[in-house]
Write a protein that binds this ligand. Structure first.
Ligand code: RFL
Length: 392
């Protein structure tokens, strides 16, 4: 088999890149380990940045977002027993975010790709990639128990944090930056209307909590917990009691209880691999970086990478100009370190960190006061949360 761009992974990054290339007449093949149903039903991210939504709309994928997406203008930070509403729409002169679940983004992308006759090999595992410093890099995979090969001009690793592509970059070249946080999130989906349309963050002395509307009848809720917490130790009663304690404040509608339909624990990690390219291999999305979910940057960062890479590949194929491709890692890393800074900073500001003393806790409180109570603090949060520009 042969193609122009071989893509490993049909998550949001892989599907979006394949879609962008198709619109410019560039051929790609995606190889995906999981089934199509599995890929489309994975419940993950929910907040889309301004730039991500613009990108989806520009590429003809905006129809369902326009009707199902819930536009967000503010976050309600709750601490000290009070509500502190941070209006990022106002602070940035009109920038906003959308609540539109990741599985809906994937569904839109999958539909567009399938309608265009995309070549996606599902339930097919890539075992290794090689020849990255040659003009004919190769993807090795297994199909029906048989070893096969796909020869490409370029390989793009969109295979997530636990994929195989990053490992193909020699240890002497690859530098890893990693931080694992000493807490996790117990996440639930509940059949209950959210008490407000706005995302609510509870920064409580017993731990962080978050509430986000998913649809008029479904709420997504998170509670800070131990990093390796057993979700079964949390009865429904215990979950609702903690959510009320950490999120409810006088004068605001309390958390609405309902049937819990999904429950799971997410670990918190900051991770970055440098460089994001090696010879004819490019890494995009979670394959290159992970952020704690506090800043809602994971999916959005995957889209930002793909925007740069898509443009670089188009320049290369259409005009023979390699400038963007050559600088891909440099362009993405500059923005990604700013995203890491924001996500890690927010993560340590709002969680209770085991072992921290009273002084650190008062500093956390001062950070929250500054962020919500000053013009500069509100603006800094707002421009980061709604999405930093991509300088190509
Ligand atoms: P993905 O989605 O992990 O897709 C990688 C794909 O590669 C496939 N694969 C392979 N295929 C073939 N051969 C192999 N050897 C393979 N190895 C792996 C996998 O099956 C998979 O289909 O990476 P991508 O495309 O970079 O997308 C990244 C996003 O999924 C991720 O960043 C977000 O979900 C993170 N995230 C959030 N991001 C946001 O922007 N906003 C949020 O509000 C937000 N909330 C979250 C999140 C992630 C969470 N979890 C579960 C990690 C909330 C949670 C709980």
């Amino acid at each position: 088999m042969r193609t122009q761009v071989g893509i490993v992974g049909a998550g949001p990054a892989g599907l979006m890149l394949s879609h962008m290339l198709h619109l410019e007449g560039i051929e790609s093949v995606i190889i995906e380990r999981a089934s199509r149903e599995h890929v489309q039903s994975r419940l993950r991210a929910g907040v889309l940045e301004h730039g991500t939504v613009d990108m989806l709309k520009e590429l003809g994928l905006g129809e369902r977002i326009s009707t199902l997406g819930l536009e967000q203008h503010a976050i309600d930070f709750r601490f000290g027993g009070e509500s502190h509403r941070l209006d990022f729409h106002q602070a940035t002169n009109g920038r906003r975010t959308w609540v539109y679940p990741q599985h809906e983004v994937v569904t839109d992308l999958m539909k567009a790709r399938m309608q265009a006759g995309a070549q996606i090999l599902f339930e097919t595992s890539v075992t290794r990639i090689e020849g990255l410093q040659t003009r004919k890099p190769t993807i090795h995979f297994e199909q029906g128990g048989e070893p096969r090969e796909l020869q490409c001009d370029f390989i793009v690793g969109c295979d997530g944090f636990r994929g195989v592509c990053r490992d193909a970059i020699p240890d002497s070249v690859l530098k890893i930056y990693d931080r694992v946080y000493p807490f996790g999130w117990l996440g639930i989906l509940a059949e209950a209307p959210a008490p407000t349309n706005e995302i609510t963050w509870g920064c409580h002395e017993d731990g962080f909590a978050m509430l986000s509307i998913r649809s008029p009848s479904v709420t997504r809720l998170y509670l800070q917990c131990e990093p390796n917490e057993d979700a079964d130790r949390w009865s429904d009663g215990r979950i609702w009691a903690e959510l009320h304690k950490r999120l409810d404040v006088p004068g605001m509608p309390p958390v609405n209880e309902g049937k819990i339909t999904q429950k799971g624990v997410t670990a918190m990690r900051s991770f970055l691999a440098e460089p994001m390219q090696y010879g004819r291999l490019f890494l995009a999305g979670d394959a290159a970086h992970i952020v704690p979910p506090t800043g809602a940057k994971g999916l959005n960062s995957s889209m930002a990478d793909v925007k740069v890479l898509g443009r670089g590949l188009v320049e290369q194929y259409k005009r023979g100009v390699a400038d963007i491709l050559d600088r891909y890692s440099q362009i993405c890393l500059k923005r990604m370190w700013l995203v890491q800074r924001f996500s890690a900073g927010l993560c340590t500001m709002v969680h209770q960190i085991p072992g921290d003393n009273a002084f650190v806790r008062r500093l956390q409180r001062a950070d929250l006061d500054y962020m919500t109570g000053t013009v500069a603090g509100r603006l800094a949060f707002s421009e980061n949360f709604t999405g930093l520009p991509i300088e190509i």
